[in-house]
Design a protein around this ligand. Sequence first.
Ligand code: CDV
Length: 326
Amino acid sequence: MARRLTVGAAQLGAIQKSEGREIAVARMLALMEEGHRRGVELIVFPELALTTFFPRHWVERIEEADHWYETEMPSAATKPLFDAARRLNMAFHLGYAELVREPDGTGGVRTRRFNTAILVNAEGRIVLKYRKVHLPGHAAFDSARKVQHLEKYYFEVGDLGFPVVKTRLGRREEGVNVGLLICNDRRWPEAWRVLGLQSVELVLVGYNTPSINQEAKGWEAHHLRVFHSHLSVQAGCYQNACWSVAVAKAGIEDGAELFGHSIIVNPQGEIVAMADTWEDQLVTYDIDLDRCRLGRVSIFDFARHRRPEHYGRITSQVGAVEPPMV
Ligand code: CDV
């Protein structure tokens, strides 16, 4: 019998800088209600889903930006999502900025900031947490850029690795192996493979991707932005024989355009459903987790075919080196 799970990619339209969390949460609740009517068991919201993509805004002192971060989860503002999960019997994925205050080892307190995603089950319990590892952009104000991308200023590199959990989702009795990636992570095959090596069956990805590459020194055709996003997720799914729900924040946010095009991808690397607006939009699909099997027992049977003795550079080296001249 097929192992079916109805998933929903809950794309969010723009959230403006002036809009508070309660507006975003109200929109997410409406998508959860719609998902319930459509039989969704797991709904996936994007990266930094509670606020505008604030790394585009520079502040002189980082503490001035602390109002963008969550210090507890759930909080008064986000509790309605957890309540809705219980009421609608629906798991959800949420991306948000996380601020942690912890002992610094010398009797003081240090503040840490992460770009975080969680998976909450239908009982309202956080069953998986991930902190973004690949932080794009820059760490200081860049006067050459029309729009800043200050993730390296606002966040530390995640310290949780790439965990995968087996957890019960929706109507399923047995567990599903779930892992999380956040936005830029989806472009790194190493991240997918670390999930694949933990037998991941479903990878949830939230993203905020501008339609224009400000770092392109020459021309980069706009359609390639979407192509590269899809290519990365499709390749990750195919090469690790898993499903993915990759969900955007879309539209014109604080004057900057985010491209949307949220997708659900099968273990053959095919897009099976896609958003076609830049607004709040729920795209659903009944995935069959048993479809992960084919890749696992054939081309990507890791135990039979991987050759880690030849992959040393992947973990010992960061930048590329030049080959010897022959
Ligand atoms: N939020 C992101 O990580 N965005 C990056 C952009 C800056 C390229 C991405 O990889 O989509």
